[in-house]
Design a protein around this ligand. Structure first.
Ligand SMILES: *Cc1c(COP(=O)(O)O)cnc(C)c1O
Length: 493
């Protein structure tokens, strides 16, 4: 800020004047505020109710983008005015993942229940780092449910985090400390004579090598094992890599299996990985960012058999769980190890038997964050209002739509399927001479059309149109619009 805030004593409407006169930031006219707040809630519910009448996404005009370069506001304005600005400049240019035509990357659609739950959480403004209050019990309640969903024992601990990137990092850190001894938290990895190595498939999400990097082990120490024709880790190659590393003096400590790879939705043989990890005495972590919740769908659950034997599972409620961003989760079988990897005594975080400082251990003892929002509430609401059956049914439906898309591709000679459809992700392309250029162009044109928004990936070095069906609102109509759009564009490009 270039100037200090200006307080104009003559301006009775200035918020700064009110604050200077010893008033709080609360409204002076609650009735007016309440009326405005109701309008805002109605606008947001209306946005979701009529989402199909909007484009999925639209390019941001330069004039709109430029309005977000203004200096810091010194004087406040009316809430209604800022809300009008939101309606004009923010809402129309959102990413579009609420829309049923959004199929890019892996993004959840959210629900109206999530909207109002977020509002309640903001009202309480709870800090879930610790202390003795019921919001922490809500998070513990969700942990009990998560344990049940994944067949984990009572001693297993859980924690809400931003997303699976953070959840995977937490798992790598617990596995590292378990392998090296918890003293490594003080002495550091650099003082270690042993060089740890971890294993995953070459279909791994980029956040896992990043976690190895952040954990001080180096992303090179993550061996990326080849995959089979269905993009699942090759168990033989994995066993060989572990033995080779042992012979070369490395210390293998961790295997990361994936339940739903980001590229194609492949699910590793989790039971096979669990057997191997038991044999080799390695930590078995599952990155189930979106795929883990397929455990809620009876027709899909068997694909994930073996997940109940993992040492830790990372997943997101904000993807297939349809909770609003952000809501990642880490589940850890050995709660003691989980705590030993993160708990840190501090005078200002002293625990007590009674009073507000009771209820130890606190969530801050299980992860890097101290101040934490009430992510648990929107998930608690989502699970209670819809129930695991309805959430499982919507996950199952996403996969049925992916199979319907697969069938249309198979029946259309101009299109080519590029990877087996394992869950909800379909990778395909329009057959053309200059295939990479044409398919990249098709996807950009589709996104700009506002009708459907897939993304791209590379399969064996070739551009694929990638449709990830994650949104509970997506229906057969969007699948047909995608195929029709690809065909129409492919013929002209
Ligand atoms: C999305 C995803 C991640 C990362 O999760 P975030 O919630 O975005 O941090 C990790 N692994 C897989 C397989 C994913 O699909």
């Amino acid at each position: 800020m270039s100037q200090p805030p200006i307080i104009d004593p003559a301006d009775k409407t200035s918020i700064a004047t009110q604050i200077a006169a010893n008033e709080s930031l609360d409204p002076s006219d609650w009735a007016a505020f309440r009326a405005q707040a109701h309008l805002m809630l109605d606008d947001m519910l209306g946005y979701i109710e009529t989402i199909r009448e909007r484009p999925v996404w639209q390019p941001i005009p330069d004039t709109v983008r430029a309005r977000f370069l203004s200096p810091a506001p010194h004087l406040g304005e009316e809430l209604a005015q800022v809300h009008a600005e939101f309606m004009q400049d923010v809402l129309p240019y959102a990413q579009g993942n609420v829309h049923p035509g959004f199929m890019g990357w892996v993004n959840g659609g959210g629900t109206p229940v999530g909207v109002v739950a977020e509002m309640l959480a903001a009202g309480l403004n709870a800090n879930l780092g610790g202390r003795d209050h019921i919001p922490v019990e809500v998070e513990r309640q969700v942990t009990v449910w998560v344990r049940e969903i994944f067949g984990f024992p009572q001693g297993a601990t859980g924690l809400f985090v931003t997303g699976t990137s953070m959840a995977n990092l937490i798992a790598v850190l617990i596995a590292r400390d378990t392998a090296l001894g918890f003293d490594v938290r003080a002495s550091g990895v650099a003082a270690q004579p042993r060089r740890l190595t971890a294993y995953t498939s070459n279909a791994v999400h980029g956040c896992v090598p990043k976690a190895m990097d952040i954990a001080g082990l180096g992303s090179d120490a993550l061996r990326q094992i080849p995959t089979d024709s269905r993009f699942r880790i090759d168990l033989m190659a994995l066993a060989e890599a572990i033995h080779r590393d042992r012979e070369a003096g490395f210390t293998p400590f961790l295997v990361v299996g994936t339940a739903g790879t980001v590229n194609t939705g492949a699910v590793d043989d989790l039971a096979g990985l669990a057997d191997l990890c038991r044999r080799e005495k390695l930590w078995f972590h599952v990155d189930g960012a979106f795929g883990a919740l397929a455990r809620l769908a009876p027709d899909l659950a068997p694909k994930l058999d073996g997940i109940e034997r993992a040492d830790s599972v990372a997943f997101d409620f904000h993807k297939w769980g349809q909770a609003p961003y952000d809501a990642g989760f880490i589940l850890v079988r050995d709660g003691e190890a989980h705590k030993n990897a993160f708990a840190l005594p501090a005078a200002y975080l002293q625990r007590a038997q009674r009073g507000l400082a009771a209820g130890s251990p606190w969530p801050c003892d299980f992860g890097p964050d101290l101040s934490r929002g009430f992510r648990a509430l929107k998930v608690w609401f989502t699970l209670k209002v819809y129930g695991t059956e309805a959430l499982g049914a919507s996950i199952s439906r996403c996969c049925a739509l992916a199979r319907a898309l697969e069938e249309r591709i198979a029946a259309t000679p101009e299109l080519e399927l590029m990877a087996p459809v394992e869950l909800n992700i379909v990778c395909f392309r329009y057959r053309a001479e200059d295939t990479n250029r044409v398919n990249d162009a098709i996807v950009v044109a589709l996104q700009e059309s506002g009708v459907v928004a897939p993304s791209t990936t590379r399969i064996k070095g070739q551009t694929a149109i990638r449709a990830a069906i994650v949104n509970h609102r997506t229906s057969r109509a969007e699948i047909d619009a995608l195929v029709d759009g690809v065909l129409a564009l492919g013929r002209t490009l």
